[in-house]
Design a protein around this ligand. Sequence first.
Ligand code: ZN
Length: 100
Amino acid sequence: MLNQHRDLRALAVGPNMTPNRCRAMTEQEFFWIYENHIKRYAAIHRAECGFCNRGEGVGGGYNRLHAAWMGPYESLDDAAHKLLARIATLHDIRYCTRCF
Ligand SMILES: [Zn+2]
C-alpha cells in the first residue's frame, strides 16, 4: 500500500521500465482494473493473472453487487489513467502483488 498513489502518478507522467513493462512492450498484453465497492480499493491486474482471469475473477465468478472488473486496457498507462480518474472515490489503489 505504501507509496502506491505516488507510484501510479509517476507511471502516468513518465516511463517506468520495470522488467514486466519491458515484456509488455514485446508482447500484446492486456490489463484490467478490479474495484471493490465495499472496501473502496482498486488494483491493476494483468489479464493472465489468476485473480483476474481476463476480467472474470477467480474461478470465473465474483459478486457483481460488491465489485467490478473494468477493461481490458491495451496498456498499463491506459489502466493507470483510468484508475487515477477514480482516485477521489477510493481509499486505496495498488498494483496486484501477484502479477506485478
Ligand atoms: Zn493480478
